[in-house]
Design a protein around this ligand. Structure first.
Ligand code: NDP
Length: 295
């Protein structure tokens, strides 16, 4: 029987830890962590994400600020707000919800966020710090994956981790995290992408398989070896006439078939997903606490 890595439970534990540390930070130094979120336009999924981030802030005792701009907002307006938040001492984390409307250059906006408030970990300075093993903000989903592995006592040192997917927000940073020389990593890492002629050749070698592909159930039972640990990052909606909603969410891994062979596996939903917000809160707390950029 595989161990089901319960991301909901682990993320609840992490949020409780942050809540307690936050109270201490408020009591001892009068600092309340503050997260500012900008939502431009009416994208339905973005509105749900922003609401859940604001709710998490409220639950943990953070100061939370949500600004909404119409889809017609200009790049200058967005940059001006980011600049104002960069200089606001009550704001420790800045998040611009993506995607942005076409007239706004996303890269320009992400570069405008101070690396010291870049709690999404998307700024090239933080990505560079990650690559050379310096402290900095690590993007939330990759940080959450490492927490899931460490808190589930999955040994990483010397293990072969195969990451499928090389996006800047999941595949590349998680690979970078896991080959670092420190006790929470030290793995041997392979990254796969669409140029892999025989994906299964690589995935079958994994002691730990991280699937961040965005293709529903693409990893089958025959693609993994016995006793593999599987972290399924995928969130894919597929049609299902038997489901009351007519559709359901699945991961990048054929969960039930792979479960039979695995040592441990994350479900979808309820695996990696809940960790992302917990790590966003953790980054915001770390920013408020203030020692991360001492190096
Ligand atoms: P991207 O689409 O940016 O990247 C997908 C990667 O998978 C690319 O590198 C692509 O290769 C590779 N890929 C696609 N198809 C194949 C294939 N058949 N064989 C090998 N490699 C393939 O996706 P993201 O990284 O942003 O997201 C991946 C999944 O994770 C999505 O389902 C997304 O919804 C989910 N997600 C979940 C989060 C969470 O909180 N749980 C957070 C972020 C994402 P190439 O580079 O060659 O195109």
């Amino acid at each position: 029987m595989a161990l089901i890595i319960d991301g909901k439970k682990i993320s609840d534990t992490i949020k409780q830890e942050i809540k307690e540390k936050t109270q201490e930070l408020i009591n001892s130094r009068g600092i309340r962590p503050g997260l500012a979120v900008l939502l431009v336009g009416e994208d339905a999924a973005s509105q749900i994400y922003v609401r859940s981030k604001a709710k998490a802030c409220e639950d943990l005792g953070f100061h939370s600020l949500v600004e909404r701009m119409p889809a017609s907002a200009s790049e200058e307006e967005v940059l001006a707000l980011v600049n104002r938040w960069n200089n606001d001492p009550s704001i420790h984390g800045i998040l611009v919800q993506l995607p942005l409307p076409k007239q706004i250059n996303e890269v320009k906006v992400l570069l405008a966020i101070s690396p010291r408030k870049d709690v999404d970990g998307f700024h090239p300075e933080n990505l560079g710090r990650l690559m050379i093993g310096m402290p900095g903000f690590v993007s939330c989903t990759p940080a959450g994956i490492v927490e899931l592995l460490v808190r589930s006592n999955i040994e990483l040192k010397g293990k072969h981790v195969v990451v499928v997917g090389r996006s800047n927000i999941v595949g590349k940073p998680v690979a970078n995290l896991l080959y670092q020389k420190n006790p929470r990593a030290n793995a041997i890492v392979t990254i796969c992408h669409t140029a892999a002629k025989d994906l299964s050749y690589y995935t079958k070698q994994a002691d730990i398989l991280i699937a961040a592909v965005g293709v529903p159930e693409v990893i089958k039972s025959e693609d993994v070896k016995e006793n593999v640990t599987v972290i399924d990052v995928g969130i894919n909606r597929i049609e299902d006439p038997n489901h009351p909603k007519g559709s359901r969410v699945v991961g990048d891994v054929d969960y039930h078939a792979v479960f039979e062979k695995a040592h441990a596996i994350t479900p979808v939903p309820g695996g990696v997903g809940p960790m992302t917000i917990a790590m966003l809160m953790n980054n915001t707390y770390i920013s408020a606490e203030g020692s991360i950029f001492n190096v």
